[in-house]
Design a protein around this ligand. Structure first.
Ligand SMILES: [Zn+2]
Length: 193
C-alpha cells in the first residue's frame, strides 16, 4: 500500500475534482476507466466518502472521480452506524486509504426529520438516533447548522467506534475531514481543522 496517496494529496485531489465540477469542467467519469482486466485485479481508491443517500449528492460526479477512484458509503444522514463503520474499516485496513470525508449536505431530509422529532417508525427512529447528538450539540435548530455539526460529530464517532480507524489516526496516516455540500452551487466546503 506504499503507493497510496497521503491524506494531504487525497484531500487536494478531492478539492481539485470539486473545483472541476463547480466550473462544469468534469472530464467524464469514464475517462479513466482502465481495462476490465485491471478492474478485476483489485481496487485502489484514494479516498473514502461517507455521504448521504440524497439523490442530489453524487460523490463520483461532485469530485470528478472515475470508477475505482473513491470508496463511497451512502446512508441517509451520513451516519456512523455499525454497517457504515464496518464498510469504511475495510477500505482503511485492506485498501490502505488515508482520507475519510464525511459529506453532509444542504437541506438534508434526514437531519430535518431528526429536528422534527416524534415517532418515525422503527427503522427511521434507529437511523435518526445517530443524529441526535448533533441536535444536542448544535446551538441552533437550523437544518444546515445541524448538518455541519453532524458531519463533525460523525468524524469523532467513527474514531471512537473503530479501533482500526483510531490506530490509523494515531499513526498519523489517516485523516477524517467533515464536508458540507452546497446544493445550488455544487461546491463542497471542506471543514478540516
Ligand atoms: Zn441528506
Amino acid at each position: 500500500m506504499s503507493d497510496n496517496l497521503s491524506w494531504e494529496s487525497a484531500l487536494n485531489k478531492l478539492k481539485e475534482g470539486n473545483s472541476n465540477f463547480v466550473s462544469d469542467r468534469i472530464d467524464g467519469v469514464l475517462d479513466n476507466y482502465k481495462t476490465n482486466e485491471d478492474m478485476v485485479k483489485g481496487q485502489s481508491p484514494f479516498a473514502i466518502i461517507l455521504s448521504c443517500a440524497d439523490s442530489r449528492v453524487v460523490p463520483e460526479l461532485v469530485f470528478d472521480a472515475g470508477i475505482g477512484e473513491i470508496f463511497v458509503i451512502r446512508v441517509a444522514g451520513n451516519v456512523s452506524n455499525t454497517s457504515s463503520v464496518a464498510s469504511l474499516e475495510y477500505a482503511v485496513a485492506h485498501l490502505g486509504v488515508n482520507l475519510i470525508l464525511v459529506l453532509g449536505h444542504e437541506n438534508c431530509g434526514a437531519v430535518s426529520a431528526a429536528i422534527g422529532g416524534g415517532d418515525n417508525g422503527h427503522n427511521l427512529n434507529h437511523l435518526l438516533c445517530h443524529i441526535t447528538p448533533a441536535l444536542h450539540a448544535c446551538e441552533t435548530n437550523e437544518v444546515n447548522d445541524v448538518v455541519k455539526v453532524n458531519a463533525h460529530l460523525t468524524c469523532k464517532q467513527i474514531v471512537s467506534k473503530s479501533a482500526i480507524v483510531q490506530n490509523a489516526v494515531d499513526s498519523g496516516n489517516l485523516k477524517l475531514v467533515p464536508g458540507f455540500y452546497n446544493l445550488a452551487t455544487g461546491k463542497v466546503d471542506f471543514m478540516e481543522s
